[in-house]
Design a protein around this ligand. Structure first.
Ligand code: PEP
Ligand code: MG
Length: 754
């Protein structure tokens, strides 16, 4: 059996590494000494360094393979075991390399007799720059400590690459460790807006040139101080306000506290520091391990735990980066947050004041963080491949939430162009603010009610800056979605009464919980469905599992004590569903009254028109429902049979097409006949051309995101609604499918401000 290195080998290794890196040798000489030293310290028969040059891994130094192979053995990016290590960015530790399916035989290296193989990536923030390998003749699996030691050496190599130590090695200048060139990454726009700012990394990189510490004792003190701060922040979170808007529950924080006090986590970090690593390098190493374990874990609990540990590693790295600041970091004035993905609570933790935008590697259009970003009014762009690895803290970033792209370290011309676009946007915003109190009346005197769509307390402030007439759609599920457990009844009551208080005399229409489909609550176990949008969602859940709906209705009734309460139900498909839902409301009202409560001063209960079927049953709702509101997002999804969250089909069909507009005209006529008030609360209501067309169809209550109110009001004040109606009626007789071009041309001719 091959002897294992003695315990404490890592420390010896670090010392020897420092000696080698501190010499004035050429890079090649340093590499040669390095491989010899590693092979002897680790009692390995072979030690080799492969560095990535373009899409090739080239052997740069070896002890044990034939020296002639150096700079001659070149493996394709994904070739062989070396390629596998690079591809997965994780160590590979196997006893019988030649029988591995990815083994690639290179005769020039003379490596036939080596069975044991340990390869670790030379990696920095997930970018792989090469692979470091040791091999032994005997068939064996390397110990955890050996893997660790080799990872330390890989870190040092990374530092050498970073320091440009290989500049004198042929053609390696293209290894760009600190990205410096302008790059344009195209992703997907999740929240609208533009921002120019400086990158703040949610998952910080260890600073270059600081893999080692000169003084392990001092370094351990730094680590202790940072650990203490991380723990203190978590304690403070637990003690402060567990039910705050971010909804990070006590249970989650308690788990977090437990992990933060976990002995093995701390011991592992300390061992690294005592071995001579800097605290950041030790934390980064821990993070890489947790991430690798998380990716490999099949068990959901284990994955969650590794995810939490990774989160703690990040917190620790942030604490190390800003020893004076608190956990929120001292953000620059114009911070653009870069993250792999982010939860709603974490996003809120950064605070709204300095955060100018969010760029994510992952993320989703209807994710909870997206909801928060929209409420904060900052752009968010997701699906930006590898952005975390391509940006360093402090890099200048332009984030374009209109087009869904990010410009990293942009050229000055690009910055100027974006500054102009930003100026234009802010000039428009100022203009809208000036017109805040202008009445929403068309040129020919039709009064249009402009209402706000909201879902969080953060949105409600827009009532004041837009002078909206009320909240036409309050999406109650947002509170549930940004929370990590079911919000308590008391928390629901608090939110609803806060919203009502902020709205004052203005009416608020609460839409009951609309989950299922793409709106998933992590704490409510649901079955996977083939077609979630057509499945068990919205009111269907509410009626079948009425406990949730009942609690919510109770909370609404209590919050609206003595005030006007408007409640509407999502995705009513047949009248009976509404009748059943209304019965729940009436029952809860009776219960409240039996308990001696006054109840709301006025109660109105409405139906959302989202399923085409209910549009043909409006007459049957007369006398039963108090109002109707069209959710065009869902109505159009079902009308066109096109998934609203699937980018391949979402924009394929146009609401401004004759069939859809005839359908909307039909609904309006039906509502008029039934004598029921009708509004539109889907996204279409907030877009000027669409809103113009809705007004032409006779709609006069439009509920929309805050950003839509200014542009829609400007449009309608320049519109002759009668003339628009006449034009639309004649266009609807034509055979054209999409009327968008004709409608915009007409608006232009008539001087409608779109
Ligand atoms: C809609 O479907 O148009 C709507 C307003 O509801 P949501 O977007 O929340 O599904
Ligand atoms: Mg809907």
């Amino acid at each position: 059996m091959t002897p294992s290195p003695a315990p404490g080998a890592a420390r010896v290794l670090v010392r020897k590494l420092r000696e080698i890196t501190n010499t004035s040798d050429t890079a090649q000489a340093k590499l040669n000494r390095l491989v010899t030293m590693i092979a002897s310290t680790m009692v390995a028969d072979v030690c080799s360094i492969y560095l990535k040059r373009g899409i090739i891994h080239e052997l740069f130094a070896t002890e044990g393979l034939k020296p002639e192979a150096v700079h001659r053995t070149r493996l394709k990016e994904n070739e062989g075991l070396v390629g596998l290590v690079a591809e997965t960015a994780r160590p590979l530790n196997i006893a019988d390399a030649p029988h591995h399916s990815r083994f690639s035989y290179r005769p020039e290296t003379g490596e036939d007799p080596f069975n044991a193989f340990l390869g670790v990536p030379i990696v920095r923030s997930e970018r792989v720059f090469g692979v470091l390998v040791v091999q032994n003749r005997a068939s064996r699996v390397y110990s955890e400590e050996e893997v660790e030691s080799l990872q330390i050496v890989a870190m040092v190599l990374m530092e050498m690459v970073a320091a440009g130590s290989f500049g004198d090695l042929s053609g390696l200048q293209e290894v760009e460790v600190r990205p410096s060139r302008p790059e344009r990454l195209v992703g997907r726009a999740f929240a609208d807006g533009l921002a120019i700012g400086r990158a703040v990394l949610h998952e910080p990189h260890a600073p270059l040139g600081r893999a080692f510490s000169d003084d392990p004792v001092k370094e351990e003190a730094r680590l202790d101080a940072a650990l203490a701060r991380v723990r203190k922040t978590i304690d403070e979170h637990i003690e402060s306000d567990p039910g705050r808007l971010s909804g990070q529950s006590r249970e989650v924080l308690e788990t977090f506290r437990m992990l933060a006090n976990d002995h093995s986590w701390e011991a592992r970090l300390k061992r690294g520091v005592r071995d001579g690593l800097s605290a950041e390098a030790a934390a980064e190493r821990a993070r890489a391990e947790h991430r690798a374990k998380m990716q490999a874990a099949r068990d959901a609990y284990m994955r969650d735990q590794m995810h939490d540990l990774e989160d703690l590693d990040n917190r620790l790295m942030r604490a190390l980066a800003s020893p004076e600041g608190d956990d929120k970091l001292s953000l620059p004035e114009d911070a653009i947050l870069i993250a792999r993905d982010i939860g709603p609570a974490e996003l809120l933790d950064y605070g709204a004041d300095r955060l100018k935008g969010v760029a994510l590697e992952e993320g989703g259009a209807s994710s909870h963080a997206t909801i928060i970003a929209k409420a904060l009014g900052i752009p968010m762009v997701g699906r930006l491949t590898q952005i975390g690895a391509r940006v360093e803290a402090g890099d200048r970033i332009v984030l374009d939430g209109e087009r869904g792209e990010a410009r990293l370290r942009p050229e000055p011309e690009v910055v100027v162009a974006y500054e102009q676009r930003l100026e234009l946007r802010s000039a428009q915003a100022e203009e809208f603010a000036r017109q805040r109190d202008d009445p929403a009346v068309t040129r020919d005197g039709a009064e249009i009610s402009l209402l706000l769509n909201a879902g969080l307390m953060l949105d409600v402030q827009h009532l004041a800056d837009t002078a909206a007439k009320g909240i036409g759609l309050f999406r109650t599920e947002f509170q549930f979605m940004v929370s990590e457990r079911l919000p308590r009844t008391s928390e629901q009551i608090k939110l609803y009464s806060d919203v009502l208080a902020a709205a004052g005399d203005r009416p608020v229409t609460f839409r009951t919980l609309d989950v299922g489909g793409d709106k998933v609550l992590s704490y409510v176990p649901t079955e996977r469905e083939e077609n979630p949008a057509l499945g068990w969602r919205a009111l269907r859940i509410g009626l079948e599992r009425p406990a949730l709906l009942r609690t919510q209705v109770r909370a609404l009734i209590e919050a609206a004590e003595g005030r006007r309460l408007r409640v509407m139900f999502p995705l009513v498909t047949v009248p009976q569903e509404f009748i059943d839902a209304r019965e729940i409301v009436e029952k809860e009202l009776a219960v409240a009254q039996a308990r001696g409560r006054k109840g709301p001063a006025k109660l109105e209960v409405g139906v959302m028109i989202e399923a085409p079927a209910i549009a043909f049953a409006i007459g049957m709702l007369a006398g039963k429902a108090d109002f109707l509101s069209i959710g065009t997002n869902d109505l159009m999804q079902y009308f066109f049979a096109a998934d609203r969250s699937n980018p391949r089909v979402a924009d394929r069909y146009d609401i401004l097409s004759a069939p859809a507009l005839k359908f909307l005209r039909f609904i309006r006529e039906q509502a008029a006949e039934a004598g029921m008030p009708l509004s539109v609360c889907g996204e279409a209501a907030g877009k000027p051309l669409e809103a113009m067309t809705l007004i032409a169809l006779g709609y006069d209550r439009l509920s929309m995101p805050a950003a839509g109110i200014g542009p829609v009001k400007r449009m309608l004040r320049s519109l002759d609604a009668q003339a628009a109606h006449a034009e639309l009626e004649s266009l609807l007789k034509s055979h054209n499918t999409s009327l968008r071009p004709e409608l915009s041309a007409w608006a232009k001719r008539e001087g409608v401000a779109l």
